[in-house]
Ligand binder design. Structure first.
Ligand code: SF4
Length: 374
């Protein structure tokens, strides 16, 4: 029977980080109260008693959420969906935003996976990133999470930070490993237009590690994590074992159905991908009128559906089965990746049994491969 994932976007943060281009606003208790009313109404408008096997609270900083707010969202999800017993429920946590009362409540309510926005284990780098926490906050947070029995914890790290010395990234990695987490995600910092970092970057106020240094850092991380037994299962994601992969995020990469709620949240169902309004007040207005707050919609057709499939599936290190692809779309993968043979010759893509997948070198140049699909 078909199961779906539910994503809840909690857009509030203590302060805006200078590199952030997510939909996020500075936290206020009143705004949170208002937002939760709307999100529960959106669930009521959209949900149709489907079976849910993953729930993901992303942000923003969902670990700021009051217990009352979280309770209302849970009530609404359980009322309008059939939630499976073994549901995976993830919440993103920023260090320094949790306390014992919160963790006790999360445990009781069924949250069983935590994703901590560590970013770096070097205080100077956290300062450059404009984060509100220090390394000791991260440690305290991690220890507290373990004390409360959370045994599925992801640590998010960022590399390619302005002025970054690669050795500091390696130290952060070692520090992360010393905590023995179940999962590690590693992202390179992208300077997005419209952010404070973008303005500073174009004014030449900081330098970034060059492409080779950046590639060396990620290659080092891939090799080290593999050496210590992590499974590299998606471009940026590593799990201690196959059962500790993030089941919710796997839905995105396997082109499975998920329903997003809240400002800017994306959903995918029946070949249609759609995104909610990013503007909080337009989002409120639409829901007030009993309308779904959809700002953009992409209907995948015979031409775009296979491309989209390759685009999301190739992010997975297990790659795409040529046989499955042909059975699904009646075409070969090479019809959609014109430079497939070249990529193979250059060692960016390899064939593993009947699957086409990225090599480590391909991971570093994934964007070039994806541009070829588009
Ligand atoms: S905490 Fe995360 S979502 Fe909030 S401003 Fe910083 S990067 Fe953006």
């Amino acid at each position: 029977m078909k199961t779906v994932g539910v994503y809840i976007h909690y857009p509030f943060c203590i302060k805006k980080c200078p590199y952030c281009d997510f939909t996020s606003f500075v936290y206020s208790k009143n705004e949170e109260e208002r937002y939760i009313k709307y999100i529960t109404k959106e669930i009521q408008l959209k949900a149709k008693s489907e079976i849910v096997d993953t729930i993901y609270f992303g942000g923003g900083t969902p670990s700021l959420m009051s217990l009352k707010a979280l309770d209302s969202i849970f009530e609404s999800i359980y009322k309008h969906y059939k939630v499976k017993k073994d549901v995976e429920i993830t919440i993103e946590v920023n260090p320094g935003t949790i306390d014992k009362e919160k963790l006790g409540f999360w445990k009781d309510i069924g949250i069983n996976r935590i994703s901590v926005g560590v970013q770096s284990f070097i205080d100077e780098e956290l300062l450059i990133l404009g984060r509100i926490h220090t390394v000791s906050d991260t440690l305290r947070t991690f220890i507290l999470l373990r004390e409360y029995g959370f045994d599925n914890i992801n640590l998010d790290l960022i590399y390619s930070i302005p002025f970054q010395n690669p050795n500091n990234f390696y130290k952060s990695l070692d520090f992360a490993l010393s905590l023995n987490p179940e999962h590690i995600s590693i992202y390179n910092l992208i300077i997005e237009e419209g952010t404070l970092f973008y303005e500073k970057y174009i004014k030449g106020e900081f330098t970034l590690p060059d492409n080779d240094v950046e590639a060396n850092m990620f290659m080092y991380a891939m090799n080290l994590l593999e050496e210590v037994g992590f499974i590299h299962y998606e471009i940026s994601n590593f799990a201690r074992n196959i059962n500790l992969r993030c089941r919710h995020n796997l839905k995105y990469w396997n082109q499975e159905e998920y329903h997003g709620y809240g400002v800017s949240a994306y959903s995918f169902a029946n070949h249609i991908r759609y995104g909610n309004y990013k503007n909080l007040f337009v989002y409120y207005e639409k829901i007030n009128n009993d309308e779904l707050p959809i700002e953009n919609i992409e209907i995948l057709n015979d031409e775009t559906y296979p491309k989209d499939y390759l685009f999301v599936k190739l992010r997975l290190m297990e790659g795409v089965s040529e046989k499955e692809f042909f059975e699904r779309f009646g075409k070969n993968i090479s019809d959609y990746i014109p430079n497939l043979s070249l990529f193979m010759k250059e060692g960016l893509i390899k064939r593993k049994k009947d699957r086409i997948c990225l090599t480590k070198k391909g991971v570093l140049l994934a964007n070039e491969i994806f541009r070829d699909i588009l």
